[in-house]
Design a protein around this ligand. Sequence first.
Ligand code: AHG
Ligand code: MN
Ligand code: MN
Length: 331
Amino acid sequence: MDDHKLALPVGTTLDRFIMRKQEDFAYATGELSQLLRDIALAAKIVNREVNRSGLIDVTGAYGNRNVQGEDQQKLDIIANIRFIRALRNGGEVCTIVSEEDEDMIQTGNNQGKYVVAIDPLDGSSNIDVNVSIGTIFSIYRRTSPTGSAGTVADCLQPGTQQVAAGYVIYGSSTMLVYTTGNGVNGFTYEPSLGEFFLSHPAIQMPLSGTIYSINEGSANSFSPGVAAFVQHCKDHHFSARYIGSLVADFHRNLLKGGIYLYPATAKSPHGKLRLLYECNPLAFIVEQAGGRSSNGKCRTLEIEPKETHERSPLFIGSQELVAQAELCLQG
Ligand code: AHG
Ligand code: MN
Ligand code: MN
C-alpha cells in the first residue's frame, strides 16, 4: 500500500480518520471502526464528568472496595458505567473485563466479534486533587464462535493478539491515543466542537531519554537489579518524574523519551499493575511507537495470562532504557 495513502493531515477528525483507515483494509466490515467510535463517545462523556467533578458531588471515595481491595472512587464507577453502556449499546463486543468488576461482563451481544479489557479510570488517587487521570483499553477478536457468550479463553489471550489498544488522558487537554497495529496516532479533544482531531500523527518514541518514573517510596523493597537501574539513572543525572497516574506518566515518556517502572515490591509482590488492561495495551502502543516493554524477564506482550485480573511487573518506555533496565535485572 502506498505510504501517502496512509498519511492523513493533522486536523482530521477521529471519525474520518477511523473511516479512512478502514478503507485501507479490503475486507474490513466496519465493526472494529464502530467499536472505536463507541469508545470515543464514552470518552467524551467521561471527559465531561471529569471536568465538572469539582462542582458536583462525584469526587471522594464511594465507600466500596473493588476486586483488588482498593477504594473505589465515585468517578471510577461512573466511568465504568459509561464505558460498559457504550460498548453494550454499540453491539460489537460480547464480553468485557473491567478493573471495577470481578467477573467478566457479558453484554448480551452474542454476535459481537470482540472482547474488551478496560481500566475505566486510571490514577484514581489523583481525582480529588485535579491531576491528570486516564482510561486504558485493549481489544481482542474472540476465539470462540459467535452466537454464544464470550469465554474466559477469549479474554486470556496474550497481548500479541490485540487488534487495537489505546488510552484517553484527561489532562491539560484531553487526548485519545490508539493503535490498530499500524503505528500510533494521537487525537486532541476540542470541547466546544465535541470532536477529537488528529494532533499527533505517527507517534515515534525517542530511542532513549533522561526521565525515569518509579515510586521510590518503595525503594527499601526493590530487588538489587531494580535498585541498580535506579542508581544508574541517578549516576547519569536523569530527571525523576512520577505523577502516580500510569496513563499520564506513560504519555509524557512516550512523547519525551523515558522509562516507567513498577517492579515487584513488598506491598505488591507481583507488581501492582494489571496485565490485561494496564500493561498489555500500553505495551502494544509502546512497541508500535518504537519502544519496548518487559516484565523484567520477558516481553510483556508474550506473557500467557492465567487470570483476568492478574498483575505483572512493568518496565516500559524507550527501547535503550528498557534494555538497560533488563540488563540490570538480569544481574
Ligand atoms: P488505578 O487508579 O486504576 O487503580 O491505577 C493506579 C495505578 C497507576 O495509575 C499508577 O501508576 C499506580 O497505580 C500508582 O501506584 P503507587 O501509588 O503505588 O505508586
Ligand atoms: Mn489503573
Ligand atoms: Mn482504575
